[in-house]
Write a protein that binds this ligand. Structure first.
Ligand code: VG1
Ligand code: CO
Length: 540
């Protein structure tokens, strides 16, 4: 029996960079999750009858409860089948793969990614479409519009289903299939990479799953299928609160891994992934690789993996990501694309066959094998490259810089800033863009200043106000934008980049190389004046 429940709209259900993210307490309000899920289902009303829907999440607090709600609502909405990961678990890339493999209409991915979990922390719901990628802005805009008008949500009136036993059950005539969350994904990885070569290379490794969703995937692929020693995967059990940590694979939150990799007797290769398994941190013995550099190095060497032996069609990066990948694209004679922040903008390029590899400075890299960024994919491509070349990470990095030059890069995050102050900073910056060209700050001269706008080459859709770019003569840059994934206050992101050509100073300290750009950033935007902060909270 279907229950119709009267409801009133919440005004704050606008999806951000990657779905709707709020505090758990917000999601726990009566009808909050239901309103959003019903709004998604209402937007796809014409296609949903009899269709397949994939549901899974990163295992964080509230994951199971919201999955049960979504299943009851999917049954009432007339879906034919729900495919759900056992235990409610699906990494974001595995969910993307499952949507594609099953020909599903879409999927609900329950995650707040790298944000912390637990009763006082964060939760999120994201809708992905039939190509396996995050819903494009046209769809998220429609969902948001629906959340503002919704008055009823519908659910099949049944008890919770058993999420822990694989198999199929019926809920109000809809089939719910509980599947192994890892197997299909691990099989896909075997088709892309030289597992035999990796196995034979005798590499040693440390992988930090950060008590998040990647644990079971990494244990199966690295330890069982590739034969890395037991214990290679650390923090491999997904916990609802990620052990009290931020499952954010950067040098702040994955400090233990960093220290392991910089110590005497470090393994050959170190890596970590985030809450939902779509990000990657790469650290070789004694060598941290920035995500922007990792994208460029992976693209330059991808032909060494069977999945990419035929070459790349193009490389795409988000605007704040360093231009290192553009130099690789130029050398390979393939196009380079610059998109707004967030994986949803890569989907069209991948679908249209314009790009093969995509990446973001925020530790996201991926390819056309799915329509999400993919943490373990990046790890496996690195392992494949190390195994085939016999080189280690430090050597790969040095060789790359000697050939292409080096884009010194850092991101400074100012977290929990007062929203009004952050908005004022951006508004003031936007207001003076027209006057900045030609201005000298210390040794730097501003060559171009604009607010990044994007026109999708596949469907012509446009997205404006995607971040302020200040480009200096010689190619150095600073970019300012506000985060679209936070759940309290505002986070100001300042992206800093300096290009050093081949033959220049390629092994210097990043902070030293960026010092004048950091000073110029404060001069231009008045960071301290607006936020009261003299230092960033997180440097990545
Ligand atoms: C951040 C990153 C962005 C990434 C997004 C989702 O967004 O900067 O590159 O795509 O998180 O990543 P923002 O708007 O806070 O800067 V994840 O791993 O949440 O799915
Ligand atoms: Co993520």
């Amino acid at each position: 029996m279907i229950r119709a429940v009267q409801t009133t709209p919440f005004t704050d259900q606008k999806p951000g960079t990657s779905g709707l993210r709020k505090k758990v307490r917000v999601f726990q309000q009566p009808s909050y999750a239901e309103n959003f899920i019903q709004s998604v289902f209402d937007v796809i009303e014409r296609e949903r009858a009899g269709a397949t829907l994939v549901i899974g999440g990163d295992g964080r607090f509230l994951n199971r409860e919201v999955i049960q709600i979504a299943i009851r609502m999917a049954a009432a909405a007339g879906f034919g089948r729900v495919v759900v990961g056992q235990g409610g678990i699906l990494s974001t890339p595995a969910a993307s793969h499952l949507i594609r493999k099953r020909g599903a209409l879409g999927g609900l991915i329950l995650s707040a990614s790298h944000n912390p979990g637990g009763p006082d922390e964060d939760f999120g719901i994201k809708y992905n479409v039939s190509n396996g990628g995050p819903a494009p802005e046209s769809v998220t805009d429609a969902i948001y519009a629906r959340t503002k008008a919704i008055d009823t949500w519908y659910a099949e009136d049944t008890a919770d289903i058993d999420l822990d036993t694989p198999g199929a059950v019926s809920v109000g005539g809809m089939t719910v299939e509980v599947v192994d969350p890892v197997a299909d994904y691990a099989d896909l990885m075997e088709t892309l990479f030289h597992f035999d070569a990796i196995r034979a290379a005798g590499l040693t490794m440390a992988f930090d799953a950060m008590s998040a969703v990647t644990g079971p995937y990494a244990t199966e692929i690295l330890e069982r299928r590739l034969g890395f020693a037991p214990g290679t995967v650390r923090n491999g059990t997904p916990l609802p609160d990620f052990g009290g940590h931020h499952p954010d694979p950067n040098l702040v939150h994955a400090r233990d891994l960093y220290e392991t990799m910089m110590a005497e007797g470090a393994p050959d290769f170190g890596a970590a992934s985030d809450g939902d398994g779509d990000r990657n941190l790469i650290i070789g013995r004694g060598r941290f690789v920035t995500p922007s550099d990792s994208l460029a190095m992976l693209a330059a060497n991808a032909h060494l993996a069977p999945g990419y032996a035929g070459g790349l069609k193009g490389i795409a990066r988000s605007m704040p990501t360093s231009a290192a990948a553009d130099r690789v694209a130029a050398e390979l004679g393939i196009p380079a694309y610059e998109t707004p922040t967030g994986w949803k903008f890569f989907g069209n390029l991948l679908d249209a066959g314009l790009a093969t590899i995509c990446g973001e400075e925020s530790a996201g890299t991926g390819s056309d094998h799915v329509r999400e960024k993919d943490g373990l994919w990046a790890v496996l491509l690195w392992l494949n490259i190390l195994a085939v070349t016999g080189k280690r990470v430090d050597q790969i990095a040095r060789d790359h810089w000697a050939r292409f030059g080096r884009n010194y890069y850092a991101r400074h995050d100012y977290e929990g800033v007062d929203s009004t102050a952050a908005d004022a900073l951006m508004q003031e910056l936007r207001g003076k863009l027209a006057t900045l060209r030609g201005k000298r700050i210390g040794t730097l001269t501003i060559a171009q200043a604009d607010d990044f706008a994007y026109t999708d080459p596949a469907d012509g859709s446009t997205s404006a106000n995607q971040g302020v770019r200040i480009i200096f003569e010689g190619g150095s840059r600073v970019v300012f934008r506000l985060s679209g994934t936070g759940t309290s206050g505002a986070t100001l992101r300042v992206y800093l980049e300096r290009y050093e050509p081949a033959g220049g100073d390629l092994d210097a300290d990043t902070g030293v190389m960026l010092a004048d750009i950091i000073a110029a950033a404060d001069d231009i935007a008045g960071i301290q004046r607006h936020t009261g902060r003299g230092e960033p909270d997180v440097v990545t």
